[in-house]
Design a protein around this ligand. Structure first.
Ligand SMILES: NC(=O)c1ccc[n+]([C@@H]2O[C@H](COP(=O)([O-])OP(=O)(O)OC[C@H]3O[C@@H](n4cnc5c(N)ncnc54)[C@H](OP(=O)(O)O)[C@@H]3O)[C@@H](O)[C@H]2O)c1
Length: 342
């Protein structure tokens, strides 16, 4: 069928458009912002969870996207989505000259920097620390320097781990009492500071507890564990909110289309919860009867990296700046489970 879909820049319209394309329909989308400028976007980390969804969202809105990652070619999930056939550039962001040459050649209007070392426990190993810094701190510095040369907007994706997780007060985007408690958090903070000290036109968006279709995440892992065991133990004293990359990608592209620079926090709506609450909900939705035992971080046993107890991120800056918040995490879980076919 030929289908004309209005409001494709909104959440529902976008989801309808994606579903229609997947079913093979010929789709004409209308965004309701007819004079919207088409941008050239350079997106890093497209073989990972978030970069994959960012390229798809931006491409489906008509932006020109060039994806990049360290792999020789796009190596994420082969789902036939736009990112799988979008222009792709291999780039190791630790190579300063290569970053400068690539970004100067592409000359993007904006860069959405999703590439990172994300293995939080492995980051603690002595032999990995230099590489973690080279990617998350220096790699980000290289991109910021290149963005300065080309005059491109830059968006850096960061984390609740820049804070120490003490107390119960939700962290505000402009809080400056940074005190990371693990190597990964320190490297991401150093990346933030590289961006903010190099550029004027930047967004720093802190997210937490990420799950997406293109990669490993807590939901996928725990469903596999739950299928194999009658009982699982999950920590109930680390509090935060999950972030579905499909929902976040829509917001990030909304943001990059504006000049509303600054620090933001972005997770799904639906309230602050523990990993235990999260696991109970997706087991229920999935129909798993595995029993979930709540345990403290201390009872669970030490992981290599310390993790913050208070990962509450205050998101009120989103609405105050005129952005549409993400749907609830419960709704995101429902859509993710349908989509991921676990
Ligand atoms: N995942 C979370 O729970 C979480 C929470 C808060 C914030 N964040 C932040 O959100 C962003 C997106 O996370 P994600 O979950 O989508 O990450 P991801 O799935 O791990 O993807 C990151 C991508 O970056 C690539 N990469 C690593 N080193 C690189 C290098 N030197 N040059 C170029 N690319 C390189 C990775 O390749 P390899 O896989 O080959 O290393 C991977 O494809 C990151 O900035 C992360 O720090 C994530």
């Amino acid at each position: 069928m030929r289908i004309f879909i209005t409001g494709v820049t909104g959440q529902l319209g976008y989801d309808v458009l994606i579903e229609a394309v997947k079913r093979g329909h010929q789709v004409i989308g209308s965004g309701g912002r007819e004079n919207k400028e088409i941008m050239k976007l350079f997106v890093t980390g497209v073989c990972g969870q978030l970069g994959h969804d960012v390229v798809n969202n931006a491409t489906n809105r008509g932006h020109e996207c060039i994806g990049s990652d360290i792999q020789d070619a796009y190596s994420g999930v082969a789902d036939g989505s736009a990112v799988t056939s979008a222009p792709y550039v291999q780039l190791d962001i630790t190579d300063r000259d290569a970053v400068a040459a690539t970004i100067e050649r592409i000359h993007p209007d904006a860069i959405i920097h999703c590439a990172a070392w994300t293995a939080v426990d492995a980051a603690e190993d002595e032999e990995n620390r230099t590489r973690v810094d080279a990617i998350n701190h220096l790699g980000t510095q290289h991109i910021a320097e290149a963005a300065k040369t080309t005059g491109s907007k830059m968006m850096y994706i960061s984390t609740d781990y820049v804070f120490d997780g003490k107390g119960e007060r939700p962290w505000q985007p402009d809080d400056k009492n940074y005190a990371p408690i693990n190597v990964y958090g320190q490297s991401k903070l150093d990346g933030e500071l590289a961006v903010s000290s190099t550029l004027d036109k930047y967004f720093i968006v802190r997210i937490a507890w990420v799950f997406g279709l293109n990669g490993k995440n807590f939901i996928k892992t725990m469903i596999n564990v739950g299928k194999a065991h009658d009982t699982v133990r999950v920590v109930n004293d680390q509090i935060g909110t999950p972030t579905y990359t499909l929902d976040l990608a829509r917001l990030l592209v909304d943001m990059i289309e504006t000049e509303k620079y600054g620090y933001y926090h972005a997770t799904n709506e639906g309230g602050y919860i523990s990993w235990y609450d999260f696991c109970c909900e997706f087991y229920k939705q999935y129909g798993l009867n595995t029993s979930v035992i709540p345990v403290s971080t201390a009872e669970y046993g030490l992981s290599k990296a310390a993790r913050p107890e208070n990962s509450r991120l205050d998101k009120s800056m989103l609405v105050a700046s005129g952005f549409t918040p993400l749907p609830t995490w419960q709704d995101a879980v429902r859509r993710y489970l349908q989509e991921a076919k676990l």
